[in-house]
Design a protein around this ligand. Structure first.
Ligand SMILES: *Cc1c(COP(=O)(O)O)cnc(C)c1O
Length: 460
């Protein structure tokens, strides 16, 4: 369909999972039953599922075979030692503590470090990170550069922290009130945009001056390192491992959801240098997750995670991965479909308010686009806009909408082929040509918190 070249997959298929395209009439009925909310769809009724890249990766034959050597001893399983060495090789911190996923790592880290009235700066907090800071009675503050919010600005490192904002913030609130600074790589909530090593180094210097610990939210560290190799001067010849090691050398610890760049379906960890902090984390871990050598996971899960962390450093994999996402972006961009630029590491974002200019914000154009995309093509995407993030004005009850009205097409790792992405692109381009037919929505029922998961809608 296009002159743009698709990247060649550096793997071949050994086992397949059937997916079925339902017909449009069936999807219409399913949508009605689901209250026009794609979170309520049975996954088997979705043809191409781009809801998230989290926990949706395909494992390799090497990882699957690792499951069979899972050591299910309660304490000291051999797979823990494998995971520990795989993590230490990349992150180079002294202590490695497995958890069942990323948010569990965040919860124990913040419980150990953060207290009421504190502030935690980040480039942009991911929602679970923000929630785990705020549940401590502290404030989660986003200090990313302004370009991050401009969908047309072509900045190579749109995930960077704004150094001036950070310095001013520390001066205003005082370092005593800031138990740690975090940096999310890549910056998920800002479109999967990378952070440069230069920026990381500068932030670490500011933190060091004020004796504030500096931590990473490292879910997509390998994708970030690949962008550094491609875009940052002086890193062209370095390996992904060397770049990652340099990045982490500027901090004192990291949390990670292994459901992203560790290429597994469940898992996470926290890794830190400080002995006393590690002791505290392990004590908290025992309360909710389990003994410190398994952290709520089976031995086989630890093995798959260790092997995934080794595979994700392979450059041909990363080249294919980043180029596959970019490929979908280019197909859409060349057809005039409005997207957020540049394309990030794990997803393409549609600018729903430009895509559907006839639908006002209070009729949720992003949500309408996810409904239309499922109805027309059986593709599931997710709204990141008014339904997910609007706040209610306490006096008037009116909704205050977030700056951007986006629809995210997140690409699971090693799951879909270029032909699948071409199918998605074609469906979106067709929809764009017939965009005036898409209708807005009104909310029928909603819950007070995280309403997007359960909201029920009808079309206007
Ligand atoms: C997914 C994610 C988390 C949370 O991890 P879970 O495994 O879903 O609990 C935290 N931070 C970022 C940047 C993420 O993408």
């Amino acid at each position: 369909m296009s002159q743009i070249k698709a990247p060649v997959e550096p793997f071949r298929v050994k086992t397949v999972e059937r997916i079925k395209l339902t017909d449009r009439r069936e999807r219409e009925t399913i949508l009605k039953q689901a209250g026009y909310n794609v979170f309520n769809l049975p996954a088997e009724k979705v043809f191409i599922d781009l809801l998230t890249d989290s926990g949706t990766s395909a494992m390799s034959d090497n990882q699957w075979s690792g499951l069979l050597v899972g050591d299910e001893s309660y304490a000291g399983a051999r797979n823990f030692f494998h995971l520990e060495s795989a993590v230490k090789n990349i992150f180079c911190f002294k202590h490695v503590i497995p958890t069942h996923q990323g948010r569990a790592a965040e919860r124990i880290l913040f419980e150990a470090l953060v207290k009421k009235g504190d502030y935690v700066p980040n480039n942009i907090h991911f929602d679970t990170t923000r929630a785990n800071v705020e549940v401590r009675g502290a404030r989660a503050v986003d200090l990313v550069i302004d370009e991050a919010y401009d969908p047309d600005s072509i900045h190579p490192f749109k995930g960077n922290m704004d150094l001036e904002k950070l310095k001013k913030f520390i001066e205003k609130k005082s370092a005593r009130k800031i138990p740690l600074v975090m940096m999310t790589i890549t910056n998920n909530s800002g479109g999967g945009q990378p952070v440069s090593v230069k920026n990381i180094k500068e932030v670490s210097q500011v933190c060091k001056q004020h004796k504030i610990p500096f931590f990473f939210d490292a879910c997509r560290f390998a994708e970030n390192a690949y962008f550094v190799k491609k875009r940052e001067k002086g890193y062209e010849k370095k390996s992904i491992l060397e770049i990652a090691q340099e990045i982490f050398s500027y901090g004192q610890g990291a949390t990670m959801s292994a459901k992203k760049d560790a290429l597994v379906n469940i898992g996470g960890f926290v890794t830190v240098d400080d002995d006393l902090l590690a002791e505290k984390l392990k004590n908290l871990l025992i309360l909710s997750e389990g003994f410190p050598t398994y952290g709520g996971l089976a031995g086989r899960d630890l093995e798959a995670m260790a092997r995934g962390l080794e595979e994700v450093l392979e450059e041909d994999y990363l080249e294919y991965r980043i180029n596959q996402v970019a490929y979908l972006g280019r197909l859409l961009d060349e057809a005039g479909v409005p997207i957020f630029k540049p394309v990030g590491g794990h997803a393409v974002y549609l600018l729903a308010d430009r895509f559907l200019p006839h639908i006002p914000r209070h009729q949720y154009p992003g949500w309408a686009l996810t409904v239309a995309l499922y109805r027309e093509a059986g593709v599931r995407a997710v709204e990141i806009g008014g339904v997910m993030f609007a706040r209610k004005d306490e006096k008037t009850g009116r909704e205050i909408f977030p700056r951007l009205e986006l629809v995210r097409l997140a690409i699971p790792r090693r799951v879909y082929t270029s032909a699948h992405l071409e199918y998605v692109a074609e469906a979106i381009i067709d929809l764009y040509k017939n965009r005036e037919k898409v209708r807005g929505l009104r909310i029928v029922r909603e819950s007070r918190y995280l309403r997007h998961f359960t909201v029920r809608m009808e079309e206007v």
